[in-house]
Design a protein around this ligand. Structure first.
Ligand SMILES: *[C@@H]1O[C@H](CO)[C@@H](O)[C@H](O)[C@H]1NC(C)=O
Length: 250
C-alpha cells in the first residue's frame, strides 16, 4: 500500500528524532533468574524463535539469550540486556551483555543464556565452572544500549523481488512495533509485515535506495514515536548483508 506524497508529508511532520532521554540510572536493575542452554553449542542456537537464522548463533559474539516474558511475541527480539549474577564469590560486577534471539523459560527464569554468555558472568574461568555447575542463578538485568540499530538482510531475501530483514540491537526501553519502507526519491512508503520474531518482510519492495521508518513504542508510558535512521538501505541490497542504521534508541 503506497502512501500518497501528501500523506507522506503529513507523516513526516509527525516524525521526531528526539526520543526522551533515558535516565542513566545505575539502580534500575530488575531481579530475576537465569539458566543456560545446557544442550547447546557454546554459542547461540540457529533455530531461535526470533527468526535470526544462522546469525542467531553468532550475533554479539554468541552472547545471546532466550527470553520468557521479555520475548513479548517477538517484540523483544534483538533487544540488549546487561545481565549479572549475584553470587559475590563467582560473579563479576558487570556481568554480560546479551541479545535476545529466542524464546524460552526454565524454572522461573527470565533468561536462558548461551553457555558462553552464562560463563561470562563469572570473574574467572574457575568461577565460570562453578556457575555452570549451579545451572540456575539469581541475576539482575537491565536494558542496555550499546550498538547502532543494524539492518540485517535475511538470507531468504531474493533481490529485487522479496525483501526480508531483521533489526538488530534495538535497545533502550522502547520497542519497534511497526516499520515503513520508503523510496528515497518519491517517498512512497509501504507498511511492512512482521512475519515472525523480528523479521520484517515485503514482496515487491520499492526500487532504489530505501529508507525505513520505525515506530518506537514505550511499553511503560504508551508513547509512540516514528524514527528515521540516518543511513538508507542501498539500492543494490543483498541477502546476508548488514547495514548500520546510524542511530541508537534510548
Ligand atoms: C553509529 O552511527 C553513527 C552515525 O550516526 C556513527 O558515527 C557511529 O560510528 C556508529 N556507531 C557504531 C558503534 O557503529
Amino acid at each position: 500500500m503506497a502512501l500518497s506524497p501528501l500523506l507522506f508529508l503529513l507523516v513526516s511532520l509527525l516524525l521526531t528524532q528526539t526520543p526522551a532521554d533515558a535516565a542513566t540510572c545505575s539502580d534500575c536493575f530488575t531481579q530475576s533468574r537465569a539458566a543456560y542452554y545446557s544442550n547447546s553449542d557454546e554459542k547461540g542456537t540457529d533455530a531461535g524463535a526470533c527468526g535470526f537464522g544462522s546469525f542467531g548463533a553468532t550475533i554479539n559474539g554468541g552472547d545471546v539469550s532466550a527470553a520468557s516474558d521479555l520475548y513479548r511475541d517477538g517484540v523483544g527480539c534483538g533487544a540488549c540486556y546487561q545481565v549479572r549474577c549475584m553470587n559475590s564469590n563467582y560473579c563479576s560486577d558487570n556481568g554480560v551483555t546479551v541479545v535476545i534471539t529466542d524464546q524460552g523459560s526454565s524454572d522461573r527464569t527470565d533468561f536462558i543464556l548461551s553457555k558462553r554468555a552464562f560463563s561470562r558472568m563469572a570473574q574467572t574461568t574457575d568461577s565460570a565452572a562453578s556457575l555452570l555447575a549451579l545451572g540456575v542463578v539469581d541475576v539482575q538485568y537491565r536494558r542496555y544500549p550499546s550498538k547502532n540499530i543494524t539492518i540485517k538482510i535475511d538470507e531468504n531475501s531474493n533481490y529485487p523481488h522479496y525483501l526480508a530483514f531483521v533489526l538488530w540491537y534495538q535497545q533502550g526501553k522502547k520497542d519497534i512495533t511497526a516499520v515503513h519502507l520508503c523510496e528515497t526519491k518519491n517517498y512512497a512508503c509501504k507498511l511492512l509485515d512482521r512475519s515472525h520474531g523480528a523479521v520484517w518482510t515485503t514482496v515487491t519492495p520499492p526500487s532504489g535506495p530505501l529508507s525505513i521508518r520505525m515506530l518506537l513504542s514505550d511499553s511503560e508510558d504508551g508513547e509512540e514515536t516514528w524514527m528515521v535512521p540516518t543511513n538508507d538501505i542501498p539500492e543494490d541490497w543483498k541477502a546476508g548483508d548488514e547495514y548500520d542504521s546510524g542511530i541508537q534508541v534510548d
